[in-house]
Design a protein around this ligand. Structure first.
Ligand SMILES: [Zn+2]
Length: 161
């Protein structure tokens, strides 16, 4: 039995949407909170950090190498596609995900109000237990950003010889 841990991290600046009504993507869930994520893709920091944690655990190139932000095809791209690619590589390597633990730091939106929805959506992709906890930036200079830390545990091989 082989066990691997992977860590993923992502950060995006949040700005008021003004009148354009853009929603904020948080773990594949559209949140209308008057803020948008500044990014080349859809700016979903939760999806990006989960993708990187999985890729990192199995020793594959990170999300920025697989999907460069200089590629026009990645512009405004649905970040679920990044996670699907990571899952293809997880499955191809014969890995099973034990669990994924996510910490989201942002002042808005409040994670409490969307936690269940986000957990459920990510479970749909990775078919493993997901936990999310939300924290705020406590008034530090990072306010105005969404920051995400993820650890993922993966295993492969027989459970007994
Ligand atoms: Zn990102």
């Amino acid at each position: 039995m082989e066990t691997r841990i992977g860590h993923g991290y992502d950060l995006h600046r949040l700005e008021p949407t003004g009148d354009n009504g853009t929603s904020l993507m948080v773990g594949g869930v559209e949140v209308r909170c008057g803020l948008q994520s500044i990014a080349h893709s859809d700016g979903d920091a939760v999806m990006h950090a989960v993708t990187d944690a999985l890729l990192s655990a199995i020793g594959e190139p990170d999300i920025g190498s697989l999907f460069p932000d200089t590629e026009p095809e990645n512009e405004n791209r649905d970040s679920g596609e990044f996670l699907l690619e990571a899952m293809d590589r997880v499955n191809a390597g014969g890995w099973a995900i034990c669990n994924v633990d996510i910490t989201v730091l942002c002042d808005q939106p409040k994670m409490n109000s969307i936690r269940e929805q986000v957990c459920e959506n990510i479970r749909r992709y990775i078919v493993a237990p997901v936990n999310i906890k939300g924290k705020t930036h406590e008034g530090t200079d990072s306010s105005g950003a969404i920051e995400v830390h993820v650890v993922a545990l993966l295993q492969k091989g027989k459970t007994h010889e």
